[in-house]
Design a protein around this ligand. Sequence first.
Ligand code: PLP
Length: 429
Amino acid sequence: MLTPMSFHPDTLCVQAGWQPKNGEPRVLPIFQSTTFKYDSSEHVGDLFDLKVPGHFYTRLSNPTAEAVENKIAALEGGVGAMMTASGQAASLIALLNLCNSGDHFIASSAIYGGTTNLFSVTLKKLGIEVTYVDPYASDEAVQAAFRPTTRAIFGETIANPALTVFDIERFARVAHANGVPLIVDNTFPTAVLCRPFDFGADIVTYSTSKYLDGHAISLGGMIVDSGRFDWRASGKFPGLTEPDPSYHGTVYTDAFGPSAFIVKARVQLMRDLGATPSPMNAFLLNLGMETLHLRMERHCRNAEAVAAFLEGHPAVSWINYPGLPSSKDAALVKKYLPHGACGVISFGVKGGRDAAVRFMDSLKLAAIVVHVADARTGVLHPASTTHRQLTDEQLVAAGIGPDLVRLSVGIENAADIIADLDQALIACD
Ligand SMILES: *Cc1c(COP(=O)(O)O)cnc(C)c1O
């Protein structure tokens, strides 16, 4: 694995992970194999006992996935990473690796809808409770949400779809004062624009289905471990610091030191849950990531141009883009996202729900898709699609007005994107 501190993120995007030896393929191969061959049963026994490194069954690990895991770990500055079949599986496993039935955690209220559902409904059924706090809540308000059973704080660097910027350093301080780690979903900025570990986060999660893949071709998720949280000093995580009866009494902190969290996630939870990515999807993710640094730069520059255009447009009632100088989060952007605030913008069309629908249907270049963060410009009108069961009043309560359009600015030419938006805004007037 190539991780010299001297390499810039751009170089790591292209080169980290797959390091071919003499005569091996230059390009990361797709190891499309469920299993791996060994010369002795003793060696296989040692693999099972985690005494020697190596792959034995793709549900647990696979060389193609391992290469892309090492690439992300290098980019984020972590000690290890584990790829999952989807972003949902990454959030689930990250929380289950810390919380047992009866435990509790705190989450920012500005997070992805699918994550809210996982936390509020499915984890609750497993006996794990969540308390949501406003991302702008005071330290005192966050502290007040703590219980003796609280085991983590969770937030999104740039929230989907609220686009609020999470004050990582502040939440890390409150989490650490209570002996628990901070988990940050870094899907929207990616490690190219923000490295949450640099600001005190302990665990990073991803839906790689968005910018990391970048082409809307494969679902995936990732968990990255900073290796810096002291599980033993905290005393709140017996799952990591006491013998695991399901793994012949392994004490993860003793056996794996700073990698305890990510090793446990793999050998215990991935073993049992099997939310494993296919080698093909790991290959596609690696290929996408080879251009991540180039794409993120263009997404940011295009979104800045589009946001400046929309901000002055007479048919636009409001705009939310953290990268705008007028954004309420401008100070947080300066600190956490100095190179750009990704390509996602939300805005309101004057004339409400009907005008928004006319606007969407008039677009020629931007496609109507239930996806964000890929190379092609796409739009979504939550009120008439993903949230169509809600009344206008319920939509406003959910922070999604009937006029809200979510625009994912792609990497096409900015003037073409703007011209398309302009003609559709005139058509819907
Ligand atoms: C899409 C998304 C997820 C869920 O990821 P999937 O790959 O769709 O399972 C989680 N978090 C954020 C911020 C997302 O945008």
